[in-house]
Design a binder for this molecule. Sequence first.
Ligand code: ADP
Ligand code: MG
Length: 245
Amino acid sequence: MSSRALVELHHVDKHFGPLHVLRDINLTVERGEVVVVIGPSGGGKSTLCRAINRLETIDSGEIAIDGRPLPAEGRELARLRADVGMVFQSFNLFAHKTVLQNVTLGQIKVRGKDRKSAEERARGLLDRVGVGTQADKYPAQLSGGQQQRVAIARALAMDPKIMLFDEPTSALDPEMINEVLEVMRQLARDGMTMVVVTHEMGFARSAANRVVFMADGGIVEETTPDEFFTAPRTDRAKDFLSKIL
Ligand code: ADP
Ligand code: MG
């Protein structure tokens, strides 16, 4: 295993019943890298993200986080999981907790921090994603874009080594998409290692170091954004791009 690799997948396969949803996936994400995963709906992108966090089991192959194999269960799994921050399409905030509580809870329960330092860190992160003034509100009182930025702050509060984003702007009204992408761009500039599933091609072009094009459970192309958008090699990618650009 290479020392710069934060996430490594070797020959990962998964089925849902008869459906072969991940086909021999080999992927390495290096420290500081931003990998954007794109492809048609149903291609296995979410399953891939969920497998990296072991929210889904795999049938065969290996997944390692920062050089450590992801075990099936137990303490080591919990530890590795805490190293992987995840942001979903639906913001998944705790509805009956305030914004501040949403961002402190994991720090206290999982990372064992005391309330004061957890709150300090939470306030810093909420400021960083531009919702510092919303700390005492409940999620339902916030716009979708604000909620998603809180979700990002909550994930960052665990000090993850890598952040996974699964279509973080797909559920947002158009005018809120950019405020979330801007937070993600800033994270990338700050050197965070990121895997981002998105249909936002502008973001892919400007922020990705690498584009992974996934379809029918397999990685069809893996290249630079420049090459992918100007000279896709496969008919599958050409067809996909012709439909979305
Ligand atoms: P994407 O995120 O690229 O749209 P997904 O990973 O969500 O793709 O889904 C890949 C395929 O697996 C789809 O055909 C989907 O219907 C199927 N699938 C996803 N989750 C499950 C599940 N829990 N049980 C059965 N089939 C599933
Ligand atoms: Mg998906």
